[in-house]
Design a protein around this ligand. Structure first.
Ligand code: SAM
Length: 277
């Protein structure tokens, strides 16, 4: 029987991370009090007393718990076992994606999560069809629940972070963002440029890029940022500005891909190399 996995939210996640902090012990009680998760467990999945499920603290530890009792405002469980998976020291992978139409953007969030993205930055560029990015809490909550459910489904130990939309110039000039890294980190930054006769991303990842760095394998980078334009592509000004900030233009091949396809294609290339043992 499949054992369901959940990244709890709110007070449930706080409680789980407190258990982590105190050092988990089998047999301690774990309660679920967030309404959405309670509904999912009780009404959607119809789990009952004695059934088990897994909670993930997003920091690399998973906790198997068994339902003991359905109380009025909470589900009382006991901790059966827990296991921490050491996260391989890999670069943080960021996708900075021009804000595209909502349904396609949300579909892309799910796919990028499955492919292992760590950070998703929606970027408002000159040619965005979506002019005014809703920075509403509801929108963020919806995006966060999409990546959380996708991370649960693909059995990740962590959920990607997603930040509120940022303007292109703020993004590429803000210190520390994918745009301008601090001096003491090793960051690779690629801007996907379909009409620039640019070097292929794959070559950049495995070829010259590494040789000019004395063959430093991308696995040893601190971060790899990939920026993809919206439906209307990047403006010439944006491409030039990005290059001045150290972003290297790259090609994903001879065909003009939809933005969401390009994001998945670019991330797949990086993930394939990093996932190679
Ligand atoms: N409106 C643009 C045009 O027709 O030239 C197409 C933009 S495309 C739909 C959206 C984004 O996907 C581009 O800004 C680029 O970042 C990326 N992209 C699409 N195809 C690509 C390719 N073959 N190489 C590199 N990037 C590509």
């Amino acid at each position: 029987m499949r054992i369901y996995r959940f990244f709890p939210t709110g007070a449930d996640m706080d409680a789980l991370q407190q258990i982590r902090g105190r050092g988990p012990q089998a047999g301690i009680s774990v309660t679920i009090s967030e309404l959405d998760l309670m509904k999912q467990i009780k009404n959607v999945l119809r789990l009952g007393v004695g059934n088990r499920f897994i909670l993930l603290d997003g920091l690399g530890t998973k906790y198997e718990v068994e339902i003991q009792q359905f109380a009025k405002n909470q589900i009382n469980c006991s901790l059966v076992s827990f296991r921490t998976e050491e996260r391989r020291a890999l670069p943080e992978i960021e996708i900075a994606l021009g804000l595209i139409k909502s349904d396609r953007f949300e579909w892309c969030l799910e796919k990028l999560t499955e492919l292992g993205v760590d950070l998703i930055t929606p970027v408002l560029t000159q040619h965005c069809v979506v002019k005014h990015a809703e920075k509403s809490k509801e929108k963020m909550r919806r995006w966060e629940s999409i990546v959380r459910e996708s991370a649960e489904q693909c059995e990740r130990m962590t959920t990607p972070r997603i930040v509120t939309p940022v303007s292109f110039s703020e993004y590429i000039y803000r210190p520390g963002s994918g745009g301008t890294s601090s001096g003491d980190t090793q960051d690779l930054k690629f801007i996907c440029a379909e009409r620039k006769q640019a070097e292929s991303l794959l070559k950049r990842l495995g070829g010259e890029e590494m040789s000019t760095r004395g063959g430093v394998d991308i696995k040893h980078m601190d971060s790899i940022s990939l920026m993809i334009g919206p439906e209307g592509g990047f403006s010439e000004h944006e491409l030039n500005a990005a290059e001045t900030q150290g972003w290297k233009p790259v090609s994903l091949g001879p065909r003009i891909l939809r933005a969401e396809t390009a994001a998945i294609a670019a991330l797949s290339q990086v993930a394939s190399i990093l996932d190679m043992q």
